[in-house]
Design a protein around this ligand. Structure first.
Ligand code: HPA
Length: 269
């Protein structure tokens, strides 16, 4: 495992002209940030040794190196979801490669169903914490020496970055929510009873990604900032049929606000 990670990192280091300390997983709601990256150098996942391949609609699958504002960055366009059949090692492989490349801060986004009754479709939710309900743990197995066997998760989402994001949102007049993201394997959306259970468990939003990558980032000592776009509501009395297309539509509508906050936060961080 470690050998593969190092092999992939060595391959990328040969190609990179920069030494980014910031990485972005361009999840739902952040796709258009890719267009703002300048001095781009792109590599398709299929051309990167040991990289899994992305299969989901709307995710083209490449690494982009370049500048966002003045900052050297590395961006992942297309992520690996557990529901696609990848192992947890595969889902989180790119984050471990990031660690080898010297990444210190990771920005992530996702689409999520909102269970907090104060939420509305299109809201941005700054992730303050998460609940891991994936059936397999990404750190299961022999510990890789990037971090301890039993990693602390008391501040999985960096408080200082959350504070800065709040300040930016206030300056820009963008409404943001805060909340706990619950990660589950999917690919089904939740039944009304499941949304209710997840809310009782303490979650404000539910989605099918992010948690594995964030766990591994924490293990590696990479600090994390995450935002969910609330694309549908799992609130009693407001539950209607959900489809991938509707999720995409709601996320597209929120994209300019999401991008605005992330761009500025990355610049300042
Ligand atoms: N549940 C799980 N994942 C999701 C949802 C949801 O309601 N909306 C967007 N991704």
């Amino acid at each position: 495992m470690l050998e593969k990670i190092q092999q992939t990192a060595a391959f990328l280091k040969e190609k990179m002209h920069t030494h980014p300390e910031t990485a972005i997983i361009l999840g739902t709601g952040l796709g258009s940030l890719a267009h703002e990256i300048t001095e781009k150098y792109e590599i398709s996942y299929k051309d990167i040794p040991n990289f899994p391949l992305s299969t989901v609609e709307g995710h083209s699958g490449k690494l982009i190196f370049g500048k966002l504002g003045n900052k050297d960055i590395m961006a992942m366009q297309g992520r690996f979801h557990y529901y696609e059949g990848y192992s947890m090692q595969e889902v989180t492989f790119p984050v471990r490669v990031m660690r080898e490349l010297g990444i210190r801060t990771l920005f992530v986004s996702n689409a999520a169903g909102g269970m907090n009754p104060d939420f509305e479709i299109g809201d941005l939710m700054i992730i303050t914490d998460h609940i891991n309900l994936f059936p397999e743990h990404p750190l299961r197995g022999r510990n890789i020496d990037y971090g301890p066997r039993f990693p602390d998760m008391s501040e999985a989402y960096d408080h200082e970055l959350i504070r800065q994001a709040d300040a930016i949102a206030a300056e820009k007049g963008i409404r943001v929510q805060h909340g706990v993201y619950l990660g589950t394997q999917g690919p089904t959306f939740e039944t009304p009873a499941e949304y209710k259970m997840f809310h009782i468990m303490g979650a404000d939003a539910v989605g099918m990604s992010t948690v594995p990558e964030v766990i591994v980032a924490n293990h590696c000592g990479i600090r994390v900032f995450g935002v969910s776009v609330i694309t549908d509501l799992g609130v009693e009395g407001k539950i209607v049929e959900v489809s991938h297309e509707e999720v995409q539509r709601a996320a597209d509508a929120a994209q300019p606000r999401m991008t605005d906050i992330m761009r500025e936060l990355i610049n300042r961080s």
